[in-house]
Design a protein around this ligand. Sequence first.
Ligand SMILES: Nc1ncnc2c1ncn2[C@@H]1O[C@H](COP(=O)(O)OP(=O)(O)O)[C@@H](O)[C@H]1O
Ligand SMILES: [Mg+2]
Length: 259
Amino acid sequence: MPSDDDRIRDRAAYENQVRMCNEFLLHHQQVMRDIAGLRVGNGALVKPLDAFWHDASFFKISPFVEGLQTFSAEVVRSWSTQRRTIAIRSVLLALRELHDQGIAHGDIKLDNIHLVETPSGPVARLIDFDDAYRADAPPLSTVLGGTEDYYSPEVLVYKGFAASPTPLPLGFASDLFSLSLALHEAFSKDGRKPRWGGRETTDAGMCAISGDTVDYQPLGTGRPLLEYRLKLCLALEPRHRPRVTELLSACGTNLGRIA
Ligand SMILES: Nc1ncnc2c1ncn2[C@@H]1O[C@H](COP(=O)(O)OP(=O)(O)O)[C@@H](O)[C@H]1O
Ligand SMILES: [Mg+2]
């Protein structure tokens, strides 16, 4: 039999969950308003349609996408240089669409980049806008989400987890730092995030702040300029990272039409 103390604790935990659901719902509704105007374009952005909570659990609704496959080292291992570049270009196109509307995704990682096979090749679907925000009005540091292993230096500073001698403004370039890590994880030969200072680590942002050197392995795209620019996306200072358009132009033009 649960004691009165247990019941009070359970009740408090439940009420805390409900409070978090309510806060998250408000945030989600704001995100849905912010991205409502986005052109669905080539379908690369799977926008949320609605969200709600029930019994202290949170639910979100988006159009079901048939045949989604998670981007992973296993899936892409046997791919040609052309297929690799087509997939990377489609992720960049999705991100450009979002950034052009003033929205940062806030949680770029392999789990949130899926693929569908089209006649033109593998095309990315960017999902999970839970942590998206208007780049000109980022949320409070306690609310800013994302996934720790992919935090950019500026996110670490914004959240108060690290200090930096130079100002590191939070904005679109943060997505590119995370994307560069994710693409290395998918396409480099060993299927891992890059090593920093000669060792494996899950703290890429912290390593960049400490001035460690990154070891960015080839991604097998056959496009040295693209890979060089993706490595630059791991620069400490956001202003030193290439923009999405610069990455796109390094993908080349001879890739066929993307569905
Ligand atoms: N629109 C969709 N169509 C089909 N499957 C989806 C869709 N959106 C998400 N999924 C599946 O649900 C998983 C979790 O979705 P996501 O939005 O990333 O939720 P979470 O917030 O839990 O990370 C994805 O990895 C994918 O497998
Ligand atoms: Mg997700």
